[in-house]
Design a binder for this molecule. Structure first.
Ligand SMILES: NC(=O)c1ccc[n+]([C@@H]2O[C@H](COP(=O)([O-])OP(=O)(O)OC[C@H]3O[C@@H](n4cnc5c(N)ncnc54)[C@H](OP(=O)(O)O)[C@@H]3O)[C@@H](O)[C@H]2O)c1
Length: 237
């Protein structure tokens, strides 16, 4: 299934891997709708990519998700990039600080799939986002690890339940996106240099490289229940 003439919806499409997916999909001739919380970020994305539709919504708000998808007549492919890194050790602070990780990546994905799947034809697809933390957990980020594992497992389980709609996931490793500006600020470049020495490929992935995996999963009608890792082999070291 080629993407020309198809409608691709990217939830979390205003920056980073989602924005690159939207850009590659428009280049391939798809009609693209991007969703995210910030109107400012959506506007900036619309300025960068001409011809994208934008819808503001928070993936963790079930009513907002259903309202956003009610505005969309038909969908061929959905990519869910929305999700955040939530740190903290399990015995520290309150449980409340950890809930957003699960609310957005697991329940948010569930809300999107329930709203979108009835509009997706056979052979269309949903792509979820897991991450390196599934296979390579680090101290102080247990909930992010659990949330990315849940997204990856959701793709396997729903590939059967939603068939013939295809359901896959990408599992990015360290990827140079605006997410890290928010988390690391001025320390970003130093942290990137340090982590690059530990990755077998010797470099971080770009947002475009991760997005190319999403486009591949959307475009290949033989693939479902698959998780593609764009981590440069980092999960093995
Ligand atoms: N970059 C990495 O190294 C890396 C590694 C492993 C996994 N990942 C995962 O890959 C995905 C994309 O990463 P990225 O680095 O491209 O992230 P990013 O630069 O932070 O972009 C995230 C996008 O999702 C939107 N978003 C976030 N929370 C949302 C919510 N609750 N509802 C709706 N939209 C939401 C953001 O817009 P608004 O803020 O306006 O909502 C933005 O468009 C994320 O799930 C991330 O956790 C990234």
């Amino acid at each position: 299934m080629q993407l020309a003439g198809k409608h691709v919806v990217v939830v979390g499409g205003s920056q980073g891997i989602g924005l690159e997916t939207a850009r590659l999909a428009t280049q391939a001739g798809a009609t693209v709708t991007i969703m995210g919380r910030s109107l400012e970020k959506l506007q900036a994305a619309r300025d960068r990519l001409s011809h994208v539709h934008t819808v503001a919504m928070n993936i963790a708000d079930e009513d907002a998700v259903h309202q956003a998808f009610a505005e969309v007549a038909s969908i061929d492919h959905v990519y869910i990039a929305a999700g955040s890194f939530v740190g903290g050790k399990i015995l520290d602070g309150s449980v409340e600080q950890f809930r957003p990780a699960i609310e957005s990546r697991l329940w948010g994905s569930v809300y999107v799939i329930r709203a979108a799947a009835p509009k997706i034809p056979a052979g269309g697809s949903v792509t979820l986002t897991g991450g390196l933390s599934t296979d390579r957990p680090v101290v102080g980020a247990w909930v992010t690890s659990v949330a990315t594992a849940a997204a990856e497992q959701l793709s396997r389980a729903l590939s059967l339940e939603l068939a013939p709609i295809r359901v896959n996931a990408i599992a990015p490793g360290w990827t140079d996106t605006p997410m890290w500006d928010d988390i690391l600020g001025a320390a970003k470049q130093g942290a990137f240099q340090d982590v690059a020495t530990k990755i077998p490929t010797g470099r971080l992935a770009t947002a475009e490289e991760a997005a190319r995996a999403v486009i591949f999963l959307m475009s290949n009608p033989a693939i479902t229940g698959e998780v593609i890792h764009t981590d440069g082999g980092h999960r093995y070291v």
